[in-house]
Design a binder for this molecule. Structure first.
Ligand code: FRU
Length: 448
């Protein structure tokens, strides 16, 4: 299925051209509520803050959240705010941690369990997003993305599996195992772009599930890019839909640098240690460069199953000539491979408050345009995300490295360059603001 430019144009078309500058121009029903600036922060057992972003719950084969011996368990990408690197640099230092709390006490804070893999990942490598499936006796298969930053200009990504087990008593949850990692998939260069074809490629975020239409099989969706050498692609009429544009002009505007897809693979053994690529189920060629953390919510409606495919995307990864907010997007179809229809016309499900009449870099732009990201949709409709930047106030509340402003350069854009601010002290004003690459500048292939 193609998420076309005509589809995505509906997002801007649904935005109100007459709002007061810098307020929210998106339809209210598609806009996240404003996050209070005094939101609670997550801490470790010693009471020290932990940087937390992409988060996912423990689930069964059908994506249902699962409590183990009365405890709810979640997994997050985490980094250490006290280690001397910037918030942007958390991506190259990411470690998967787990948290738990009593299922009967959903309003209590999550209790930090620690790094799932201890400290076995070398410093030049990172653990990126994935999903956690529970099996009998508390066995957990953690699918995740292993990133190797030995060459920071050309990081290497592998979709991987590590297996362990949950243990619990009245006082809490702990993990055993997770001592080794099995590599599962590397991009093939035929369906899924490699780092040789494009150093800014995306290949990550595995989410596995069983499909009621194919009992006994396990599938995986993941974030990919359409294979081919960066910049070679010529935008097709089918990528445009009825956008009223000319494919050659769209290509020459640079839209062909935005080539996201949602990949599909199927397990070829019962242990889920062997996988085979299938063609992507969604392409966003010349529309957007990142369809991240894809997941399915499959719902029985009457006698048939409806397949809701959710993915997150950024304002700054839209192709030239298109606009949309940071948020979660969705598509609905009748199977894993389907003629998916974008939800709400253009695909936007829930965006940050944004004024699409202004560029992202306009000083008047809504200060909450990047307030949250990395949304995950639970089967019951609850959506969680991490708090990114609430008008700069978030950064002011974080502990900051004293070297603010002289930190090493951020990794290439395989890591999402989440706009963030950096304060020298806990109370000072931001001292740097990372460059925002809004859609209006994305025609320039080097600004992503
Ligand atoms: C989404 C994301 C994921 C990736 C992680 C890296 O926020 O870009 O695609 O796994 O962040 O930090």
């Amino acid at each position: 299925m193609r998420w076309t430019r005509a589809d995505a144009q509906k997002i801007k078309a649904s935005s109100d051209p007459n709002v007061a500058p810098g307020t929210n121009s998106l339809p209210t029903r598609l806009t996240m509520p404003e996050i209070p600036v005094d939101f609670p922060v997550m801490k470790d057992k010693a009471g020290k803050q932990v940087w937390v972003w992409d988060t996912w719950p423990l689930t069964d084969a059908h994506g249902n959240t699962y409590s183990f011996k009365g405890w709810n368990v979640i997994f997050s990408l985490t980094a250490d705010p006290y280690a001397g690197y910037t918030f942007d640099d958390r991506h190259v230092n990411a470690r998967i941690s787990y948290w738990f709390r009593k299922a009967s006490e959903p309003n209590k804070p999550w209790i930090y369990g620690g790094h799932v893999f201890g400290d076995r990942t070398p410093k030049t490598q990172a653990e990126w997003s994935g999903s956690a499936r529970v099996f009998n006796n508390g066995q957990v298969k953690l699918f995740y993305t292993h990133l190797d930053f030995a060459d920071r200009a050309k990081p290497d990504a592998t979709i991987a599996l590590s297996t362990g087990a949950l243990r619990a008593n009245a006082n809490g949850v702990w993990l055993t195992g997770f001592t080794k990692t099995t590599p599962l998939l590397k991009p093939d260069g035929t369906y899924y772009q490699t780092n040789d074809q494009n150093p800014y490629f995306s290949f990550r975020d595995p989410y596995t599930f069983e499909d009621p239409a194919h009992p006994g099989k396990t599938f995986m969706v993941f974030e990919g890019n359409t294979a081919g050498k960066r910049g070679d692609y010529q935008c097709q009429r089918s990528d445009l839909g009825r956008s009223g544009e000319n494919p050659a002009q769209v290509t020459s505007a640079g839209a062909n640098y935005q080539m996201a897809n949602i990949g599909l693979a199927v397990a070829t053994n019962a242990n889920l240690t062997k996988w085979k690529f299938l063609p992507p189920i969604l392409s966003a060629n010349c529309v957007n460069d990142q369809t991240e953390r894809p997941q399915f919510v499959i719902k029985k409606v009457g006698n048939i199953y409806k397949y809701y495919l959710f993915t997150i995307s950024h304002a700054f990864t839209y192709a030239a000539g298109l606009r949309g907010p940071d948020g979660v997007y969705g598509f609905v179809g009748n199977g894993i491979r389907s003629d998916f229809q974008p939800l709400n016309g253009g695909g936007l499900v829930l965006g940050n408050p944004t004024d699409l009449n202004l560029t992202s870099t306009d000083p008047l732009q809504n200060g909450r345009q990047f307030q949250a990201y990395s949304h995950y949709v639970m089967p019951g409709g609850l959506v969680e995300s991490f708090i990114d930047n609430v008008e700069g106030v978030v950064a002011a509340r974080w502990p900051r490295p004293s070297s603010c402003g002289s930190a090493p350069p951020p990794p290439p854009s395989t890591a999402p360059s989440a706009p963030t601010v950096c304060s020298a002290t806990a109370t000072s004003q931001p001292c740097t603001t990372s460059a925002d690459t809004s859609a209006d500048t994305s025609a320039d292939p080097e600004r992503r």
